[in-house]
Design a protein around this ligand. Structure first.
Ligand code: B12
Ligand code: SF4
Ligand code: SF4
Length: 436
């Protein structure tokens, strides 16, 4: 989705959702050895003290929205950082990191707002058909990805930020309750688009206190921007074989968001690749969705459980259903097995705690549309839509094939929704085969 606003807003403190239950157990270490680690590499997110920065306000201080001026979608070029010779308004990567942390964004760095060589990878990925039916990746917005200045004409730098979402609950690969569904970790709590955007808006306002007037545009996920490419160049991590951005200290359980700014801030650099000889994600992927790419690996969405359960509308290919296990929304497997996630820090943000950890499949199958909306309001799960979610629940029930699923599946098989009904019949066949 395009149309992110270019504006300043004063959000003050960050909303936190309390009241989630305590985790039943903590995450244990995964098996196997760590991949090769080049020695002597500084963590890109290390924040040093900034002595010339006495004017940084204590965390949580309200940002005066007036200091960052809103302009209309980047059509107007304004001179920026006029008070400094470098055009950065005195902002450095270090200052960005300090302010980002104050705004609840644990990782941050700066990349130049210019086209990247990775764009060729993107074109090849689309040409290979790996985007499946995700039209927003292949229509006119594909070209917009070629140059971030299409999103904000005056952009000189991209401030890339990462927000942790790891919580102390089991991994999907540690969870074997056959009666329950798996919802992907990232979708357990509040929708990250909102949480991250609030943090980025606060950060923009805080930068404005230091740099004076500048133009900016906030992007979270939906903007046509090669988020992982720029985040890599901003030093937030390397791109693993599972294609996730991995940070040496923080693993990959973090979301990405950006502020395109007209400030010309000195960019950070990419860290080295630390996957070494490891192939755990490739071997663990139940649907073999991590495939060789032009250089390295890539994800063929048409084989990925995350795509089937979130993005794809209509019928799920018959031959892929069996590999989907109990995943009813998203998939965590290629991150669960990654050694870099073993000691991944927990998010301090209560917003990402599960509202409904691994809900019973039977309960999900019985949800009315209204109950579905109420249960998942404000979480990413609503993206699957009611019928898509019931389709996913039917597949999960078929894969678990427990006899007690027969009755709820028979109800789903009588659904007016043709796709839900067909998937329920498929699942009933599996239940019948198992009880033979
Ligand atoms: C489309 C999409 C999907 C699709 C396709 C996934 C994919 N791998 O492309 C589907 C629906 C399958 C998906 C699934 C998931 N997604 Co998604 N997705 C996106 C989206 C919207 C676009 C990604 C894209 O452009 N894909 C096209 C391919 C070509 O891009 P790419 O793999 O990132 O490759 C680029 C670079 O990484 C680079 N590159 C790739 N390999 C290499 C190797 C080297 C050596 C180098 C130098 C560069 C390089 O070149 C490419 C061109 O820029 C982004 C948000 C965004 N605007 O970028 C989120 C995003 C990538 N998704 C995210 C998440 C969290 C997920 C899931 C974990 C959700 C879940 N639990 O189910 C899974 C993970 C599956 C996986 N292994 O990728 C996060 C990733 C955060 C992170 N730490 O990496 C993002 C960034 C959203 C966000 N704002 O936080 N996703
Ligand atoms: S998200 Fe799941 S299906 Fe997709 S590549 Fe990773 S392990 Fe495979
Ligand atoms: S599990 Fe995959 S992404 Fe993680 S270190 Fe191994 S190869 Fe890299």
């Amino acid at each position: 989705m395009t149309g992110e606003t270019v504006r300043a807003r004063d959000h003050g403190t960050q909303e936190q959702r309390a009241g989630a239950d305590a985790p039943a157990e903590t995450v244990g270490a995964l098996g196997g050895g760590a991949p090769e680690q080049p020695a002597g590499v500084d963590a890109p997110e290390t924040v040093h003290a900034i002595d010339r920065h006495a004017q940084v306000q204590p965390a949580g201080a309200n940002a005066p929205g007036e200091t960052v001026r809103a302009l209309d979608h980047g059509t107007q070029e304004r001179h920026v950082g006029a008070d400094t010779p470098d055009g950065a308004g005195g902002i450095t990567g270090e200052i960005v990191r300090v302010l980002a942390r104050e705004c609840g964004l644990e990782l941050a760095g700066v990349a130049a707002a210019e086209p990247v060589a990775d764009a060729a990878r993107y074109r090849q990925w689309v040409a290979a058909g790996y985007a499946g039916e995700m039209r927003y990746l292949t229509d006119r917005r594909a070209a917009v990805r070629e140059d971030p200045r299409s999103l904000l004409r005056s952009a000189r730098s991209i401030i890339c930020a990462g927000k942790l979402y790891q919580t102390p609950w089991p991994l999907s690969t540690q969870f074997d309750d056959e009666a329950r569904a798996w919802i992907s970790r990232y979708a357990w709590g509040d929708d990250y688009h909102d949480t991250l955007r609030r943090g980025l808006e606060r950060l923009a306002a805080r930068l404005g206190e230091h740099a004076g007037e500048f133009e900016y545009k906030i992007c979270v996920d939906t903007a046509p921007l090669l988020e992982r490419s720029y985040a890599r160049l901003a030093g937030l991590g390397w791109i693993g074989r599972n294609t996730c951005l991995i940070n040496q200290q923080s693993g990959s359980w973090f979301f990405l968001g950006e502020i395109l700014v007209s400030l010309d801030i000195a960019p950070d650099g990419p860290p080295p690749d630390r996957c070494g000889t490891c192939r755990r994600c490739i071997d663990a992927c139940p649907t073999a969705a991590i495939v060789p790419g032009v250089a390295g690996y890539t994800v063929d969405s048409r084989l990925c459980i995350s795509y089937f359960t979130i993005e794809q509308r209509g019928s799920t290919p018959d031959e892929e259903r069996g590999g989907m296990g109990a995943n009813v929304f998203g998939c965590d497997i290629c991150q669960d097995v990654c050694p870099w996630n073993r000691r991944a820090p927990l998010t301090p943000d209560a917003a990402f705690a599960p509202r409904h950890f691994a809900p019973p499949l039977e309960n999900l199958a019985g949800l009315t549309e209204q109950e579905f909306r109420t249960m998942f309001r404000g979480t990413p799960v609503t993206r699957a839509r009611y019928a898509g979610f019931l389709r996913n629940v039917a597949i999960a029930m078929g894969n678990r094939a427990r006899p007690e699923f027969r009755a709820p599946l028979e109800k789903l098989a009588a659904s007016e929704d043709r796709v839900v009904a067909e998937h329920a019949r498929w699942a009933l066949d599996r239940v019948a085969q198992r009880s033979c």
